[in-house]
Design a binder for this molecule. Structure first.
Ligand code: FES
Ligand code: FES
Length: 156
């Protein structure tokens, strides 16, 4: 069974009839062709690579149906930089070498972008707790925590 859904992604409206069981992550990648949202754990909700923001709130897009996002605003990693300029958080990741293979990075950035809006002055422990839903197999997290801490400091 199909349903027509209309989702605004990074300011662009995508309206299409899709299977009612289509995941938001698949809508983003297959309908909107925005492949920066990664699938790392075959839709089990454990890796966080698929994290996007729905109405500003970080969500794992493999745990949400596209039909549940009908009428909502989604931001993906492609929407984080503005006018070709990295967001302050992206710049901090770049400056602190907070990524290696980069597979986890879009999801971590979308999660931490919301995290810093809610908690603009986090302790390292709070950053670690905020990252609990994002798996990174490369970095050991130390540089990621440095980058998030520095991004928060730059924003103050
Ligand atoms: S692909 Fe969504 S949490 Fe891993
Ligand atoms: S940088 Fe490779 S998984 Fe995080």
């Amino acid at each position: 069974m199909n349903k027509t859904v209309k989702i605004t992604i990074n300011g662009e409206v995508f309206e299409q009839s899709v299977p009612v069981r289509m995941l938001l992550s698949d809508f983003i990648r297959e309908v909107a062709s925005l492949t920066g949202t990664h699938i790392g754990c075959t839709y089990e909700g454990v890796c966080g690579a698929c994290t996007v923001q729905v109405d500003g709130e970080a969500v794992k897009s493999c745990l949400m149906l596209a039909s549940q996002a009908d009428g909502h605003n989604v931001t993906t990693i492609e929407g984080l930089a503005k006018d070709g300029k990295l967001s302050p958080l992206q710049q901090a990741f770049n400056d602190h070498h907070a990524l290696q293979c980069g597979f986890c990075t879009p999801g971590i950035l979308m999660n931490m972008d919301e995290f810093l809006k809610v908690n603009p002055n986090p302790t390292d422990d709070e950053i670690r707790t905020g990252l609990v839903g994002n798996l990174c197999r490369c970095t050991g997290y130390a540089h990621i925590i440095d980058a998030v801490r520095d991004a928060a400091k730059r924003a103050r």
